[in-house]
Design a protein around this ligand. Structure first.
Ligand code: SF4
Length: 710
């Protein structure tokens, strides 16, 4: 038997997996008659994050690995032509020629790359070096923009640096978990399992869930707050008001470790319980109970995800939640703190490697001259090569295509033709793209229809790299199977293009271990210091939390800010109070319902993999719309009836699921289905791109719709 330890490639929980295979005498994995590996998957009991647990996605991961794979490079001159197979040389030369032409005719800012939280850190790092370092544009963004960028800007603005301060052990040390904007039971199942087991065993531990839906998470809560969509800040300020009124604040911590409390306390004065309960659509009693739980708990752990982040005021929401932790001193200690749950398996690694349009490796900023100079020197590129301007975020890339300012678009390991807001507009922009490279493991996807060049990328199991999960834990993920067809590793493709563009020295990497060794040096002395890590150490020591500086014998660090010293210039965390502006697109008589979108337990993002997994397809075969019985009665809708949902941007058709699990006036649809799977049920046909001004994360969670029974 052969056993390989790795990480689940789906969500940001980052569960350890053990792949068991019957090996042949020469240690090759045994295969069936079709050449598919014969292997079994189970949870890795030694992995500290998941302790042997695994959800249905992790358990079935191998099913989709070899289905519908893109096997060789293909090109076409225009989108109405069929693809034709070409050699890697031909495809890469075409890309390099095009990059050179666009740079000389339009400048580097006409080039864009859109990457993915599915990348291993090595992929992210080499992509950054190519786009930001060598080509001189910061137009690199990743799908983490749609997922976690509000958490990033919230942490940076309140605590001085990105990075969740907590760890999963806190789930089992807390007195009260405050889950807001997260259906943890379905979207981060193993985190929820750990919390739910502990909650069940300890009747004094409280669980509060704030969510407009009565989700599986809410169903085990001591208190469910079915707040109106977009009223999170009101709720946080309302709790803050009561804690302040009752005197349940940590005055010493506030005095010694924070700034701006007086302004925040002043702002709270207008958040009386009556006003807050009315705005949020909850009872006064429930609001007070939530505040009492905060008051009575020595250790409060707040968990959040897309419900806060995917908002036109995402950063303000995150900071308003962090305010509660600062006023009660509930941070940097076991069992407490603000804890964002990352969506993708390596969105955290992307943040470390500079994988957003405003970042450079090591949590550096492109707008900081010293940061740029440090990276330029390290990379051996001319001074001033890195642009001082924040690059295009993914929605700005769409606008750039519309305005003919983007002439070259390289998309890798993501499926924007399903996941972007305002899909009709997104697709029209993609259609206009003069040249799109799409680097992906699968074919077809919805996005491959918009590509001029298809590059086959290797997939989990075939490539070696590291990923960082939501608790800052870095896991080595070995490649343990042969790449299918002519597929190449993402980082190798970027490096080869870099060499062909003339940057031979910068991309002389032989292995992904070389890439990682270079990358971690750039993190030395930075908040996300990984300089003590290497592939070798991770293999030897196992999954490790950062910071882990070079020379340190510490096996990683569980929590940040344990000394109450924050990453701001004066070491103090910063209060910042906000009045909510509400939803970017509120209801009105023409569009009287709020649509909220979300995820289901079994499916992952845009179905590229889980749509090809039989067990999961059987579990969730079709999309649907949840409607409250009162709304259904008003519309004359019964279970299973087709309902047309119209927003100002598009329309969809869904079968109705009439349920009290959704609040009246709000409807829910899952976001997973794209045109390949359900032509009329693409949820993002309805959503809009209005984004948080700080994080530029679009408000995918809410828009105004009308409902028509068909
Ligand atoms: Fe994979 Fe997330 Fe499920 Fe863990 S919880 S097995 S990381 S999908």
């Amino acid at each position: 038997m052969k056993s390989i330890k790795t990480l689940c490639p789906f969500c940001g929980v980052g569960c350890g997996l053990e792949i068991i295979s019957t090996a042949t005498a020469d240690q090759e994995i045994k295969r069936d008659a079709q050449g598919n590996p014969i292997w079994k998957v189970r949870g890795d009991r030694q992995h500290p994050s998941s302790q042997g647990m695994v959800c249905v996605k992790g358990a079935t991961v191998t099913e989709s690995i070899r289905r519908d794979r893109l096997l060789y490079p293909m090109i076409r001159e225009s989108l109405d032509q069929p693809f034709r197979k070409v050699s890697w040389d031909q495809a890469l030369n075409l890309i390099v020629d095009r990059i050179n032409t666009v740079r000389s005719e339009y400048g580097s800012d006409a080039l864009c790359m859109y990457g993915s939280g599915q990348f291993v850190t090595e992929d992210y790092y080499v992509a950054q070096k190519l786009i930001k370092g060598c080509l001189g544009t910061n137009n690199f963004d990743a799908n983490s923009r749609l997922c976690m960028s509000s958490a990033v800007s919230g942490y940076v603005q309140s605590l001085g640096a990105d990075g969740p301060p907590c760890c999963y052990e806190d789930l089992e040390l807390t007195d009260c978990a405050f889950i807001v904007g997260s259906n943890t039971a379905e979207c981060h199942p193993i985190i929820f399992n750990r919390l739910a087991k502990y909650h069940k065993k300890n009747p004094d531990v409280k669980l509060i869930v704030a969510d407009p839906r009565y989700t599986q998470t809410a169903q085990v809560a001591d208190l469910h707050l079915p707040i109106r969509p977009g009223t999170d800040i009101d709720l946080f300020n309302g709790i803050g008001y009561l804690l302040l009124r009752w005197g349940d604040i940590d005055a010493v911590f506030i005095d010694e470790c924070t700034r701006n409390f007086q302004q925040y306390a002043q702002l709270l004065q207008s958040y009386t319980p009556e006003i807050v309960a009315e705005r949020c659509g909850i009872t006064l009693e429930d609001l007070e109970t939530a505040a009492r739980y905060w008051q009575q708990s020595k250790r409060i752990l707040s968990l959040w995800s897309m419900g806060l982040n995917q908002s036109s005021e995402g950063t303000a929401k995150v900071r308003s939640l962090i305010n509660l932790h600062l006023m009660t001193g509930q941070i940097g200690k076991p069992g407490c703190g603000p804890f964002s749950l990352t969506g993708q398996p390596n969105a955290m690694g992307g943040r470390e490697a500079g994988g957003l349009a405003h970042l450079l490796p090591g949590y550096r900023s492109v707008t900081n001259p010293q940061h740029r100079a440090e990276v330029e020197q390290f990379w051996g590129i001319p001074e001033g090569r890195i642009s001082p301007h924040i690059g295009r975020t993914v929605w700005d890339m769409i606008i750039g295509l519309e305005q003919d300012q983007v002439q070259f678009l390289w998309i890798a390991a993501t499926n924007p033709a399903v996941s972007m807001p305002d899909l009709e507009r997104t697709k029209a922009a993609l259609l206009k793209s003069p040249f799109t490279v799409y680097q992906e493991a699968y074919y077809p996807t919805e996005t491959s229809a918009y590509a001029h060049v298809l590059l086959p990328a290797t997939q989990w199991s075939e490539k070696t790299g590291v990923m960082t999960n939501s608790e800052r834990r870095v896991t080595y993920c070995p490649g343990f199977d042969q790449p299918l067809g002519e597929a190449r590793h993402d980082w190798e493709i970027f490096a080869e293009v870099g060499r062909r563009l003339g940057f031979k020295e910068q991309f002389a990497f032989q292995t992904s271990a070389d890439v990682y060794a270079e990358f971690v040096q750039l993190t030395q002395g930075r908040p996300c210091d990984l300089s003590g890590l290497s592939h070798e150490r991770l293999q030897h020591q196992g999954p490790t939390q950062w910071p882990c500086p070079a020379g340190s014998t510490e096996p990683g660090r569980q929590r940040l800010y344990t000394d109450n010293h924050f990453a701001t210039p004066d070491g103090r965390a910063i209060f910042c109070g906000y009045h909510s502006q509400g939803l970017a697109e509120p209801c009105d008589p023409d569009y009287p319902y709020v649509l909220t979108t979300g995820r289901l337990y079994g499916h992952w993002h845009t179905l590229t993999r889980t749509g090809r997994t039989d067990k999961i397809q059987q579990m969730h075969p079709d999309p649907f719309i949840e409607i409250h019985p009162k709304d259904a009665a008003n519309l004359g809708v019964e279970n299973g009836d087709q309902v047309e949902v119209r927003s100002r941007r598009g329309s969809c058709l869904f079968p109705a699921k009439v349920t009290t699990f959704i609040a009246p006036g709000t409807v829910f649809v899952p976001m997973h289905w794209g045109a390949l799977w359900a032509e009329d049920a693409e949820a993002n046909n309805l959503t809009h791109p209005h984004a948080c001004p700080d994080s530029r994360q679009p408000e995918l969670k809410a828009c105004a719709v009308q409902l028509i029974r068909k």
